[in-house]
Design a protein around this ligand. Structure first.
Ligand code: UD1
Length: 415
């Protein structure tokens, strides 16, 4: 791969980070849930596996997933599956909300940082859940759960969502202070309300959940994936290409669009579509700092780092959200990039070109960043460990080759 312009149009599917909590919340109602535009990614398959172990039936139907939750009986989360995806921790809130008991394995560390769950537990304890941590298992007793006030010391996305789901069937009003404001949290509110829940305030720092007695099944289309959209924008930007992304929310992409405009891209907001025209040469943007929404998303940092490698000038990137998100710099440097990392800061001095070689994905977004590097590198780039990319991008290579990239999935050593 390398050297082709990314051009054409593509329709975005449901967002991984919207669908995962929505799948978790699909155990709450009495009645089936149908998720439209459900992305065919590994994390969704793993979450469906967890739902099955709890007693749900799940079924793919033409890009949608049907969840039949009528026979849910188990409040113990399977150990091996739960460790596969960190988002299994999202099940804690809904299992407690539905069955008032939950046993979950303590999630291990992960590629991009330690990722503690103290805020999730603090939030649930504020609702009266008794939690015992014994030998790596969390035994949660929610038989005396009640509505309450939850203050999050940091606006954690997962902790906000867990408390929303735990409280939606609890009598009374629960308030989350310093809630995360990501668009996916607004989408979870829309989903729960579509099932008859009563939540307001998502998208602001104060969320109010009025518990309802029961909820009903629903058919729902989650918001599209702003990180997949942002990654494709980077692909077009760095190859001097031209893309039309359909079914996106340009408003949610503003933090990314603003930086790409600084780098020389022309971006047109067409309502539910977004058009990006990449320049002949990218220019370095002003310092980029990851922040909780509406700041620059940490999930787009690695991709911006990759394209900054060939932007004229010096780019400074500061990662404030996760402590270990510069893992790809070693491989990018081997490809010819000039990057200096000091703790949470990376300084990139743009070079004229990168050269292709065999590299590896170290995490989901870092893997996508290496594919972007391959798109601009001279010669052939082989990205190993693409299982990381499959966690969050459905058939990434097909998506990119439909837009003109020379890219294919290969099996190394017959694996
Ligand atoms: C979600 C997203 C992930 C994104 C992240 C930040 C999903 C499935 N994943 O992850 O793609 O990168 O938001 O936008 O939606 N923290 C604590 N204690 C906690 C919880 C979090 O200290 O109990 C810290 C984390 O270590 C991290 C920061 O808070 O440094 C942000 O984490 P959080 O917002 O919780 O991210 P996730 O929900 O795990």
């Amino acid at each position: 791969m390398g050297g082709e312009r990314i051009e054409g149009e593509i329709r975005l599917e449901g967002a991984k980070n919207a669908v995962l909590p929505i799948l978790a919340a699909s155990i709450l109602p009495e009645g089936d849930v149908l998720i439209r535009d459900c992305p065919d990614i590994q994390d969704v398959h793993a979450m469906a596996g967890i739902l099955q172990k709890l007693g749900c039936e799940t079924q793919w139907q033409d890009g949608s997933m049907l969840i039949h939750n009528g026979k849910i009986h188990n409040w113990e989360m399977p150990d091996a599956l739960s460790k596969q995806i960190r988002s299994s921790i999202f099940m804690l809130g809904p299992i407690l909300g539905k069955m008032h008991r939950a046993t979950v394995p303590y999630p291990g560390g992960c590629e991009i940082g330690i990722r503690p769950i103290d805020l999730h537990l603090k939030g649930l304890r504020a609702l009266g859940v008794k939690i015992v941590d014994d030998g790596g298992m969390l035994y949660c007793d929610g038989r005396e759960m009640h509505a309450g006030d939850v203050y999050l010391d940091y606006p954690s996305v997962g902790a906000t969502e867990n408390v929303m789901m735990a409280a939606s069937l609890l009598p009374g009003i629960t308030t989350i202070h310093n809630a995360a404001r990501e668009p996916e949290i607004e989408d979870l509110q829309r989903f729960i309300n579509a099932m008859g829940g009563k939540i307001q305030g998502a998208g602001t720092q104060l969320i109010e959940i009025e518990g309802v007695e029961s909820m009903h099944g629903v058919e729902y289309a989650p918001i599209s994936d702003r990180i997949v959209a942002g990654t494709l924008m980077c692909a077009a930007a760095v190859t001097g290409g031209h893309v039309r992304l359909k079914n996106v929310c340009p408003w949610d992409l503003v933090p990314v669009s603003a930086k790409l405009q600084e780098m020389g891209c022309k971006i047109h907001d067409m309502g539910a579509d977004l058009i990006l025209q990449g320049p002949e040469h990218l220019h370095a943007c002003s310092p980029l700092q990851t922040q909780p929404h509406p700041g620059f998303p940490t999930d787009m940092q690695a991709q911006m780092l990759a394209i900054s490698c060939v932007a004229r000038g010096t780019t400074v990137i500061v990662e404030n959200v996760f402590e270990n998100r510069f893992a790809q710099t070693a491989d990018l440097t081997r490809m010819g990039a000039h990057i200096h990392v000091n703790g949470r800061m990376a300084v990139v001095q743009g070079v004229d070109h990168l050269h292709g070689m065999q590299v590896g994905a170290r995490d989901l977004r870092g893997g996508a960043a290496m594919v972007l590097a391959g798109l601009i590198a001279q010669g052939e780039t082989i990205v190993e460990n693409i299982g990381f990319i499959d966690r969050g991008y459905a058939h990434f290579e097909k998506m990119l080759s439909a837009l003109g990239a020379k890219i294919e999935r290969i099996s190394l050593r017959g694996g």
